[in-house]
Design a protein around this ligand. Structure first.
Ligand SMILES: *Cc1c(COP(=O)(O)O)cnc(C)c1O
Length: 221
């Protein structure tokens, strides 16, 4: 299993390097987060032995359990799924970053976190509301709210490209939202975007944090 993971990991790194070169970017700007949801801790251990330290999970219970089982490893957990307000403080205990800040209530729940958490404000790029992510019109006020919360360190924006749109167009809009956020939070320079099927395009439009699952782990069980 480790050899297959090593081969796929290498292939993804090569694609990241090629996309960076094409975009005139340095691949050192990129953080690769391997999305390990649904995969057993043995897969995470194997990936750690290959040098991966950043893992993404989208369900609190699963993430918490894995984090508890793997305390002997030096890992950074990225929470990337919808987060219930009542689970927020628990998630902040193991997560080094929460990518899915999409509402004021979640920010308020994290205000009493025991430690500082890196956060990304998730923006809804689809035409429908309620698809995960704040509506673009509310992005600035939510960003402001995060900035007023001392336990949170705003890193930037996060989004998923809609399934019914060219990813380029979606990522171009996201780059615009990212600069809107940077205008009020100059240190929030990160863009969490790009998955197995679209990460090269995300790199083209400035993504700094790629969330890649299947291309590295293989299909989810
Ligand atoms: C599952 C997931 C990913 C990774 O998806 P792949 O297509 O397997 O690369 C990225 N981001 C989020 C929010 C996810 O839930």
């Amino acid at each position: 299993m480790t050899q297959e993971l090593a081969d796929r990991l290498l292939a993804v790194h090569e694609r990241i390097d090629a996309a960076c070169e094409q975009a005139g970017r340095d691949s050192s700007e990129i953080t690769l987060i391997v999305v390990s949801k649904f995969h057993p801790v043995s897969t995470i251990r194997a990936l750690e032995s290959l040098g991966v330290h950043d893992f993404g999970e989208n369900r609190h219970q699963e993430a918490q359990q894995k984090a508890n089982e793997l305390t002997d490893l030096d890992l950074r957990w990225h929470f990337i799924g919808q987060l219930q307000t009542k689970k927020a403080r628990q998630a902040a205990r193991y997560a080094s970053a929460i990518h899915s800040i999409d509402r004021v209530g979640l920010v308020d729940a994290l205000a009493s976190s025991e430690h500082t958490v890196d956060v990304f404000v998730q923006v809804n790029l689809t035409a429908e509301s309620g698809r995960g992510g704040v509506e673009p019109g509310e992005l600035e006020s939510l960003t402001q709210h995060v900035l007023e919360t001392p336990t949170l360190r705003l890193r930037g924006v996060m989004a998923m490209a809609p399934v019914d749109e060219e990813p380029e167009a979606a990522f171009e809009r996201l780059a615009g939202y990212a600069s809107q956020v940077r205008a009020i939070a100059p240190d929030a320079t990160a863009i969490s975007a790009g998955m197995t099927h679209d990460f090269e395009k995300a790199i083209q439009f400035g993504a700094t944090h790629l969330r890649i699952g299947t291309a590295i782990t293989g299909n989810r069980p």
